[in-house]
Ligand binder design. Structure first.
Ligand code: GTP
Ligand code: SAM
Ligand code: SF4
Ligand code: SF4
Length: 339
């Protein structure tokens, strides 16, 4: 039986989000703006990335502390070579109940079948618009919507369970809310709307660009009536609604207007092996050296336990105006910590 470890606010450790690379083929403005992540930007060298064996070993240690859900992310996780091999290795770890991956979808059609065969359960595809011109600007590299839709189609055919994530920004892609809702309702995939967050140091976040979830719900409800639905599990990030008269759902991730820190069970492992206990952390605790310097599983386990037991973060719930220095302090980039 895995042990249950609680942080200072009694939140158990249940989910591990593993970033497998800090590289990405997109340059979404809200995550990796091209003027900062340009040709001279230094990504992590291969030697600093956790190997598949190291990731698997850490996963096994995390499961002994109560983790059952694994999410693979990045950067763009499909830019890491042989990713299905890592999925296969994680699948064999005792205690792993669910393996999901978050991807921009552009490379998914090539890899979906192999990922499914390796044991991936679910995929979440990020897509912010169905309009090619807008999407090309949003992803910063001119990628077309069709490539992503094809990835979704192939993944569904392969038998992967699918969700779509859309980050909404006022004046940027709020006109895409209804077309996205109509399209994915028709396709039978759950679409989740994410409030634009102030993660990282360079995405130009402004409060007036956040479209509150309740506004999105109102907008959709006017055309396609919605019914609120119970959470699926403790700590679920999205609040869920279904379309009246159907089982088809949408989700709202209200990180800004209705923070959900009080039930946050998520730990994040970066590609270079740092453990972060919050998306808005300024720094993480290195696990790569402990893994490489010959420490036993038991020693690493105690290290992770100590990190979780002193966890007290709840940044989304802290009022910026009431917390001196919070808005100014250094943050970790989303592409590094994995979202
Ligand atoms: N502030 C905050 N935002 C989060 C957190 N976890 C997820 N998000 C945001 O929600 C988005 C979607 O999360 P997903 O990666 O799809 O994970 P999930 O909603 O837990 O996935 P399911 O297991 O399918 O319920 C992320 O890209 C983040 O933008 C969190 O702990 N804090
Ligand atoms: C960092 S990406 C990594 C995985 C993959 N490259 C992708 O885009 O799906 C993970 C998620 O974070 C979301 N994200 C990135 N920056 C964000 C921000 N500032 N606010 C809200 N969500 C953000 C993305 O839309 C994506 O759904
Ligand atoms: S959100 Fe994902 S796809 Fe977009 S730049 Fe960040 S890591 Fe890449
Ligand atoms: S802001 Fe930090 S503590 Fe709050 S939900 Fe997000 S990751 Fe968890």
């Amino acid at each position: 039986m895995p042990e249950k470890v609680l942080d200072l606010r009694n939140r158990p450790l249940r989910d591990l989000r593993i970033s497998v690379t800090d590289k990405c083929n997109f340059r979404c403005r809200y995550c990796m703006p091209a003027e900062i992540f340009g040709p001279d930007f230094e990504f992590l060298p291969q030697s600093k990335l956790l190997t598949f064996e190291e990731i698997t070993r850490l996963t096994q240690i995390f499961t002994s502390l109560g983790v059952g859900k694994i999410r693979i992310t990045g950067g763009e996780p499909l830019m890491r070579r042989n990713l299905p091999e890592l999925i296969r290795m994680i699948r064999e770890v005792e205690g792993v109940q669910d393996i999901a991956m978050t991807t921009n979808g552009s490379l998914l059609s090539r890899h979906a079948q192999a990922l499914k065969e390796a044991g991936l359960d679910r995929v979440t595809v990020s897509l912010d618009s169905l309009d090619n011109e807008r999407f090309g600007v949003l992803n910063g590299r001119g990628y077309q919507v069709d490539a992503v839709l094809e990835g979704i189609r192939v993944a569904a055919d392969a038998g992967l369970s699918i969700k779509i994530n859309m980050v909404v920004q006022r004046g940027v892609n709020d006109q895409d809310i209804l077309p996205m809702a109509r399209y994915f309702r028709e396709q039978g995939h759950t679409l989740r709307f994410i409030e634009f967050m102030d993660v990282g140091n360079s995405n130009g976040w402004r409060l007036d660009q956040v479209v509150p979830s309740r506004e999105i719900v109102r907008m959709i409800h006017t055309e396609m009536p919605l019914v609120a639905t119970e959470a699926n599990y403790y700590g679920e990030v999205a609040s869920r609604y279904r379309y009246e008269g159907s089982d088809q759902e949408i989700g709202l991730i209200s990180s800004v207007t209705q923070a959900f820190c009080s039930t946050c069970t998520r730990a994040r492992l970066s590609a270079e092996g740092k453990l972060y206990n919050c998306l808005f952390a300024s720094s993480g605790d290195d696990l790569r050296e402990p893994v490489r310097d010959g420490r036993t599983d038991e020693e690493i386990r105690e290290l992770i336990r100590a990190i979780w037991e002193r966890r007290d973060v709840r940044y989304s719930e802290e009022r910026l105006s009431e917390t001196p220095g919070l808005a100014q302090r250094e943050k970790v980039e989303m592409s590094h910590i994995g979202g």
